[in-house]
Design a protein around this ligand. Structure first.
Ligand SMILES: [Zn+2]
Length: 200
């Protein structure tokens, strides 16, 4: 059902492009979307720093350009990286927001989906705390599904894909441990919204 943005319902969870149910952690890594961008894509990622390490402050530090590159050997490999996602979902389901969803975050890189390139221009990036090939927590699916519902209240979301789908051969996240059927079942959205190899 379309939402009248001039008269949002009482439980409207958005303040501009900031979701009030998320903990805000402002990233400087963002820009304006192209004029007229139709924000109809959600991109699912996975990240953990160092890889496989959960619960620490490193992902938030990376997205806010505060990571100490000398703190772990792996960090030397990503030294100087300036990236961001709109949202981050921790293993316990906590939701963190780094970038105004109306703005362009830096998560997709060279990419193409639903016939359009430069997916950062018109997508929402969601990072799940995790590791490619490993499973994700039930609490993360619950938060992810709630987030997708809220996104669809504000944006014309019609597609959800993994980074691995929009940048095949270059990216592998969220990987085989992500259960697309679980997300589809929780959302109840048509299979056409999901990557074509999603089992139904
Ligand atoms: Zn990714």
């Amino acid at each position: 059902m379309p939402v009248d943005h001039a008269n949002p319902p009482a439980a409207w969870p958005w303040q501009g492009g900031w979701l009030q149910t998320a903990r805000a952690c402002h990233s400087p890594n963002f820009g304006a979307r192209p004029a007229g961008a139709r924000i109809d894509l959600v991109v699912i990622h996975s990240i953990s720093l160092p890889p496989g390490g959960y619960g620490g402050p490193e992902v938030e530090q990376l997205f806010t350009n505060q990571l100490d590159w000398t703190a772990h050997p792996y960090f030397e490999q990503i030294r100087g990286l300036e990236v961001s996602a709109h949202f981050f979902i921790r293993r316990d389901g906590e939701l963190v927001q780094f970038v105004d969803a109306d703005a362009r975050a830096w998560h997709a890189g060279a990419s193409c989906w639903r016939g359009r390139g430069q997916c950062n221009d018109d997508s929402i990036g969601i990072e799940l705390e995790g590791l490619e090939g490993e499973r994700f927590e039930v609490a993360q699916y619950a938060t992810l599904a709630r987030l997708c519902v809220h996104l669809k209240e504000r944006y014309p979301i019609a597609h959800i894909a993994g980074h691995e789908h929009i940048a095949p051969g270059r990216k592998q996240d969220p990987g085989s441990g992500f259960n697309w059927s679980e997300l589809q079942t929780r959302l109840g959205w048509s299979s056409g919204c999901f990557p074509p190899d999603t089992p139904t």
